[in-house]
Ligand binder design. Structure first.
Ligand code: HEC
Length: 99
């Protein structure tokens, strides 16, 4: 019984962590790009901009700009870990971040 309880608890924690992780990419884009781009001010405008193609990082101009280091302009480029978060978020279908 204790084992099952511990395992269930582990599953819940893992799921919550994965959920939080999966939207980090969106948070990063909003935090780092909105200063200059109105379309990056929130999730809805980001998705409406067409710069993100859910499930297809390679077709997403936002990913092209970040992965090539072209953007954010004038600021530090995304680290490889941050790039991975953005890539994974788009590849996962660009889910809406939990509030
Ligand atoms: C300091 C201001 C600044 C920041 C921060 C910035 N950009 Fe830009 N961005 C620009 C300027 C200026 C242009 C237009 C000039 C050009 O295309 O060379 C541009 C152009 C673009 C374009 C081409 C289409 C368009 O909207 O004009 C994309 C896509 C883009 N940026 C994505 C991003 C992303 C993604 C981020 C965050 C990682 C970001 N930018 C952060 C200044 C910025």
């Amino acid at each position: 019984m204790k084992v099952i309880l511990a395992f269930t608890l582990f599953l819940i924690v893992a799921l919550v962590a994965a959920e939080a992780q999966s939207s980090k990419g969106a948070d990063l884009i909003i935090a780092r790009c909105s200063g200059c781009h109105g379309w990056a001010s929130d999730y809805d405008s980001l998705m409406a901009s067409g710069g993100i193609v859910p499930g297809k990082p390679g077709s997403s101009i936002v990913w092209t700009m970040i992965s090539s280091g072209s953007m954010p302009r004038g600021g530090p480029a995304f680290t490889s870990k941050e790039r991975r978060l953005v890539y994974d978020w788009i590849a996962a279908g660009a889910p809406r971040p939990a509030q």
